[in-house]
Write a protein that binds this ligand. Structure first.
Ligand SMILES: Cc1ncc(COP(=O)(O)O)c(C=O)c1O
Length: 253
């Protein structure tokens, strides 16, 4: 009898087709920018989201943490929901990697509203308070039982960010779950977020892999920090090939 392991969407195994794609992948040294398959995946994902660049990383924790590290200065504040993965499950990385503080808000199943965000922005002229710099949303929300944002609320949050000079990051570890359920496209998300992290290893069947998406400047800076964290990998093309396969064959987005 076939058993299905429902503990997590991370325990999936690659299909035969994905394994074949991995075996056939053209490889090179990615630290030298010479892994053709990694380059192809990064170009494909950037294009899907209508953005300049993308960076292939081992984990969603790394792509989130790199984005936060690039976006904030030590002492800045990050707004997120109290259930956010970046706050609860990334080992205090916001403090450890970016030396920033967090304002965790009491949202609805992990979802913030524009009004909540606006109320939580510190007065930039009050030297007692950290400077609010970054808003992080998660869609869908892991700890919210898979709750999903109404895209109009995301648009309203974007307007608040724009008005107040804040950066907007998306932890889209499971964004593809939202995309199959709604009419939005990856490009819609690419327009409103300054950076997006997606996971290929959750719901898409890849053994490993996440991608950080954004401007060329963001990705160049993140590539440098990834190296410092020991994340400069070499012949990663076999893993990237699984990602290309997932986004081509296994995703409807
Ligand atoms: C919402 C969310 N973001 C980020 C991550 C981190 O992904 P990884 O396990 O690849 O570090 C997870 C992992 O479950 C997650 O659920």
């Amino acid at each position: 009898m076939m058993k299905i392991d429902l503990r997590s969407d991370t325990v999936t195994l690659p299909t035969a087709g994905m394994r074949a794609a991995m075996e056939m992948a053209e490889l090179g040294d990615d630290v030298y920018g010479e892994d053709v398959t990694v380059n192809k995946l990064e170009a494909k994902v950037a294009d899907m989201f209508g953005r300049e660049a993308a960076l292939f990383c081992p984990t969603g924790t790394m792509t989130n943490q790199l984005a936060i590290r690039v976006h904030v200065q030590p002492g800045d504040e990050v707004i997120c929901d109290k259930l956010a993965h970046i706050y609860l499950y990334e080992g205090g990385g916001i403090a450890l990697n970016a030396f920033a503080s967090v304002r965790p808000l009491d949202g609805d199943l992990g979802r913030l509203t524009a009004e909540m965000v606006e109320r939580s922005i510190n007065n930039p002229h009050d030297i007692h308070q950290p400077i609010t710099k970054l808003v992080c949303l998660e869609n869908t929300v892991n700890k919210g039982g898979g709750s999903m944002y109404d895209f109009d609320e995301i648009k309203r949050i974007k307007q608040v960010c724009k008005k107040n000079g804040l950066i907007l990051h998306l932890d889209g570890a499971r964004l593809f779950n939202a995309l199959v359920e709604t009419e939005q496209t990856p490009q819609d998300y690419g327009k409103d977020f300054d950076s997006i992290s997606i996971c290929l290893s959750k719901g898409l069947g890849c053994p490993v892999g996440s991608v950080l998406i954004g401007s060329q400047e963001l990705v160049s800076k993140a590539r440098r920090f990834r190296k410092v964290m020991g994340g400069g990998w070499r012949q990663a093309g076999a893993l990237a090939a699984a990602g290309i396969y997932a986004l081509t064959i296994m995703s409807t987005a």
